[in-house]
Write a protein that binds this ligand. Structure first.
Ligand SMILES: NS(=O)(=O)c1c(F)c(F)c(S(=O)(=O)CCO)c(N[C@H]2CCc3ccccc32)c1F
Ligand SMILES: [Zn+2]
Length: 263
């Protein structure tokens, strides 16, 4: 597909020129504003299955120029959603050393330091994430807000390999680890709304679950994330740091955001 970036002539204001859904409805991210929240007692705790991967297993860590992503085995899956959703990949959105706020979802206008997305596809209905990506019930993404605080050992499990994927299109195999460690303790408190991919092609195909409680990473871990990787390929003369890879808040239109918790 056509080149897209987060700034400049191919930035998010231009995405719709080649990816029409980016100008469409049900776009993500949105501001999770108290005025739009509705408590829904039917929202059960999210349950994750087979997230505790063995270090004998290897995962593919890659830099696709837009984010760093980790491939996930499809036996990892979620229950507590309208269908079984099997894992495909996880990736991050973050700020920069000078502008550290880089989450996609915001809470009452507050932008967090970064955001982790664990992308799953509806494996009851579709064979893989690519086929599911443009179907209205195709994807379920877990959003985990990240703020700077205590060191995060789970996060360290793949940050330590970032030097192997410094440049666009680099991929390496890394030992798997317990992905549950990247999620917040409370899986019963979350925001829920119908939205989209936050990157082109912006398909309105995502059932979003953003956990209420952020996880923390240390200042050093944050700096490692936003200084280790580049959106440019190794061959290019001028290395372009990969950071600020977040889409701005979209119009929530008249969407209600369901919450599993009482304020
Ligand atoms: N923030 S987000 O969760 O909306 C989201 C991304 F932010 C993002 F960068 C990617 S990507 O594949 O790395 C790049 C362009 O899709 C995906 N890719 C997913 C969705 C579609 C698809 C198809 C095949 C493999 C991965 C993906 C994504 F779902
Ligand atoms: Zn994402």
């Amino acid at each position: 597909g056509h080149k897209w970036t987060y700034t400049g002539p191919d930035g998010e204001e231009h995405w719709h020129e080649h990816y029409p859904f980016c100008h469409g409805t049900f776009q993500s991210p949105i501001d999770l504003n108290s005025e739009l929240l509705r408590y829904d007692p039917t929202l059960v705790p999210i349950e994750v299955w087979n997230y505790n991967l063995s270090s004998y297993e290897q995962l593919t860590l890659g830099n696709n120029g837009h984010s760093v992503q980790l491939s996930l085995p499809r036996r990892m899956h979620l229950s507590g959603l309208p269908h079984r959703y099997s894992a495909a990949q996880l990736h991050l959105h973050w700020g920069s050393p000078t502008m550290p706020a880089g989450s996609e979802h915001t809470v009452n206008g507050k932008q967090f330091t970064a955001e982790l997305h664990v992308v799953h596809f509806n494996s009851d209905r579709y064979p893989n994430v690519s086929v599911a990506a443009d179907k209205s019930d195709g994807l379920a993404v877990l959003g985990i807000l990240i703020e700077v605080g205590d060191y995060n050992p789970s996060f360290g499990q793949f940050l330590k390999y970032l030097d192997g994927v410094k440049y666009k299109d680099q991929r390496i195999q890394v030992p798997a680890f317990d992905i549950r460690g990247l999620l917040p303790a409370r899986m019963d408190e979350y925001y829920r709304y119908d939205g989209s991919l936050t990157t082109p092609p912006c398909y309105p195909s995502v059932l979003w679950t953003v956990f209420r409680n952020p996880i923390t990473i240390s200042e050093e871990q944050f700096l490692a994330l936003c200084t280790s990787v580049f959106s440019s390929s190794q061959q290019e003369s001028a290395p372009v740091p990969l950071n600020g890879n977040y889409r701005k808040s979209q119009d929530s239109e008249d969407r209600i955001i369901l919450v599993s918790f009482r304020e």
